[in-house]
Design a binder for this molecule. Sequence first.
Ligand SMILES: [Zn+2]
Ligand SMILES: [Zn+2]
Length: 241
Amino acid sequence: MKALLDVHTHSIASGHAYGTITEMAKAASEIGLKLLGITEHAKGIPGTCDNFYFTNLGALPREMFGVEMMFGSEINIIDYEGHLSLEQKFINCLDIRIAGMHRFCYRHGNIEQNTSAVIGAIKNPDIDIISHPDDGRTPLDYERVCRAAKEFDVLLEINNSSLKAKNRINVFQNCCRMLEICKKIDHPIIMNSDAHFMNAIANFEQCQKVLEAVDFPDRLVINYDLDRFKEFIADNRAKKG
Ligand SMILES: [Zn+2]
Ligand SMILES: [Zn+2]
């Protein structure tokens, strides 16, 4: 099936990505993507935009080159309670709110500490997606993480870039484990490219390998159903402001 959306990508504003918003939207249009999300890193990642960047996202059009656009942030989880690196007033400016662990802002803990960090972020009513919960250097109790994601309406991400990252460990195995549990409890997942340049937008080649490995049902891949994804975000915004 064709993926219609990719909502975790970075532009030059993130400091270590290389396309402009216009170039990214144009590239998405050329490959027939329906919805593109650009989610800059929040403070804590070297060279990323100031928080003030997020306050002016209203200046951007929500359709470019025929592609629906959403603008948001990949916010850092900073401690074992799942606190975030972006204050509420800035979070309120975002169309999409992703939370993830990054080594610059999070000290790898043991399985209990990491699980508590991720579940803390999942319970945060602002968060829509957990990015790349797949790195063996931050081991997680997937049974608990997946059940919390279902309970609090959060999507767990299969991240194409993470599956290719050489410094992360056991990513493929961890993604398989996560998908097995999501399949069992009937909770959808999202594939994201985490593109840092135009040529990686909506490239889900590595994600597909994981989905195939566990025979994951298409109906639980939210990228195949644009309306369902938009409803999910609208519901989250309505519930959570
Ligand atoms: Zn990330
Ligand atoms: Zn990212």
